[in-house]
Ligand binder design. Structure first.
Ligand code: F6R
Length: 242
């Protein structure tokens, strides 16, 4: 794993967007998975801006959404689908056939997981996976205690995720479960990038990169990814020693 520290949120987002663009230049049919949330918001915006300026071919890659809140409809502004629709799918005019998001309203969530695992396998795996980190050390909805060998799965959300997650919604919302790619997907991805910004992430970033690898703090697994990167701004890097 490599650590990269950028001056601020804009610089780290520009660097992350550039990683996506350079992959698409090399491999227009790449399979790319992104998290939603506050951290990747500017990465998505810069990807659209720079990508359109540079006339990148966005028509052939496969886009995979990392996770979704179970029971939250797509039109809800706090859903992951809404985030991707607004920030990537519409601005890049992605076709439905290249976009793969969990249907968290499905009556058969196990089948949603199986379908996603099969799709990723059929495409030859994920080329680039860009994830955030939760205040409990989660990646996607891989909550503390999760098995490192999980592929896609449905999981009961941790109390921290339920309370922090309220920030995405207009009013209080009942969050109970998430559907998510597993850490096995992260470890199998050809490149993995964990991004974090701001002072509030300094503690979790310190633990993710310097703590012992443990499923009680799932993000520590990034230490074991052979082509793993942690890309942070100076605020999120504040607790990292020399
Ligand atoms: C969201 C997701 C979550 C977030 C994490 C950080 O799709 O997978 O794991 O990446 O909770 O969220 P933000 O970026 O809002 O601080």
């Amino acid at each position: 794993m490599q650590l990269q520290i950028y001056k601020d949120y804009t610089a780290l987002s520009a660097a992350t967007a550039s990683e996506i663009i350079s992959l698409l230049k090399q491999k227009p049919t790449a399979v790319i998975c992104l998290a939603s949330g506050d951290t990747p918001r500017l990465t998505c915006q810069l990807l659209v801006q720079k990508g359109l300026e540079e006339k990148i071919d966005f028509s052939r890659f496969s886009f995979i959404g990392l996770d979704e809140w179970v029971g939250i409809p797509p039109e809800n502004e706090g859903s992951c689908r809404y985030f991707f629709e607004t920030l990537l799918i519409k601005p890049l005019k992605l076709s439905p056939s290249q976009v793969h998001l969990f249907d968290a309203l499905s009556t058969d969530l196990e089948n949603e997981c199986k379908k996603m695992d099969a799709l990723i396998a059929e495409k030859g795996g994920i080329d680039l996976m860009i994830v955030g980190i939760g205040m409990n050390g989660h990646i996607g909805f891989n909550e503390p205690g999760v098995s490192f060998s999980n592929y896609a799965h449905v999981i009961d959300l941790d109390d921290t995720t339920i309370s922090v997650g309220q920030k995405y919604f207009k009013g209080p919302v009942h969050l109970k479960q998430g559907i998510t790619l597993g850490l096995k997907h992260l470890m199998n991805s050809k490149q993995a990038i964990l991004i974090a910004n701001g002072t509030k992430k300094a503690g979790v970033i310190e633990q993710a990169i310097a703590g012992g690898v443990s499923n009680l703090f799932p993000a520590t697994i990034i230490q074991q990814h052979a082509n793993g990167f942690v890309i942070v701004d100076e605020e999120a890097a504040a607790n990292i020693k020399g």
